[in-house]
Design a protein around this ligand. Structure first.
Ligand code: IP8
Length: 257
């Protein structure tokens, strides 16, 4: 029986982050091709990129209900935009021969952060979930990041072999700002006691950017699951990471390793 690999397709990887609702189809198709070529049981968690963060930022959706602000239309719009991104992802996987089923989190999850409520849905083939606007008991609604879905799927499903965060634009966690980085600046093994340089574009990102991935990655590795952060634009690396072969990227280990 093949093991399970939980993989995040970062929002900045599969969309053009600076152009509202604009997909990077080339990357989506290359990721689908890689996933089709693996015989692992895959759970794919995709981020939001420009289908989620821009409007969520403008209408302050991560803060929940703010009296006086007309947010409910934006909640609906972002949910619909995310359904559209998810449709494109699912269709690409299907076209590449993957039997995939998608479970929109606003239907089954409630609350935000690592302790959100809801039973994790799972499909016999490839399971797809994504960062979404979900209902929240205290704040009426909020943003559930795909990084929190990664944490819960990677640590609660049986037989998980590893968690892979595929991101855009960088090879992993870096010692210096990405614009100044050379090949020697890649941190090959990272634990939470180490610093790294990551641009968190808080102007456009309503969840935690690279810092949230590192943090959730460390929480996953605490449970004894391998965690890798890799450049998702290079399909050979994505395949190697899924299969458990040696790959250029950052391995995240828990603090006390
Ligand atoms: O990109 C954010 O999910 P993430 C979801 O996985 C929305 O952090 C709707 C902004």
């Amino acid at each position: 029986m093949p093991g399970t690999v939980v993989i995040k397709w970062g929002g900045g990887l599969i969309t053009h982050k600076d152009r509202l609702c604009s997909v990077n189809m080339e990357v989506i198709d290359s990721l689908s091709k890689v996933c089709a070529s693996s015989n692992k049981n895959l759970v794919i968690v995709h981020g939001a990129g420009s289908f989620g963060h821009m409007k969520a930022k403008k209408f302050r959706l991560a803060e929940g209900d703010i009296p006086g602000l007309e947010q409910l239309q934006a909640v609906d719009e972002v949910r619909n935009d995310m359904l559209e991104l998810n449709r494109i992802v699912t269709e690409s996987l299907t076209e590449h021969g993957v039997s995939a089923k998608s479970f929109p989190p606003h239907i089954w999850a409630k609350g935000t952060g690592p302790n959100f409520e809801g039973e994790l849905p799972i499909h016999d083939g490839v399971t797809i979930v994504y960062g979404d606007v979900v209902d929240d008991e205290e704040n009426v609604f909020g943003i559930l990041s795909g990084d929190d879905l990664m944490l819960r799927y990677a640590t609660e499903l049986p037989d998980v072999e590893r968690a892979v965060f595929a991101i855009g634009g960088v090879d992993g966690l870096l010692r210096v700002p990405p614009s100044k980085a050379g090949p020697d600046d890649l941190i090959e093994v990272w634990n939470p006691d180490m610093v790294f340089e990551g641009v968190h574009e808080s102007e456009i990102d309503v969840t935690g950017g690279i810092g949230l991935k590192a943090s959730r990655g460390a929480m996953i590795s605490e449970k004894g699951i391998d965690v890798l952060l890799i450049n998702g634009q290079i399909s050979e690396r994505v395949l190697a990471a899924i299969e458990g072969n040696s790959v250029i990227g950052t391995r995240i280990v828990s603090g006390n390793c």
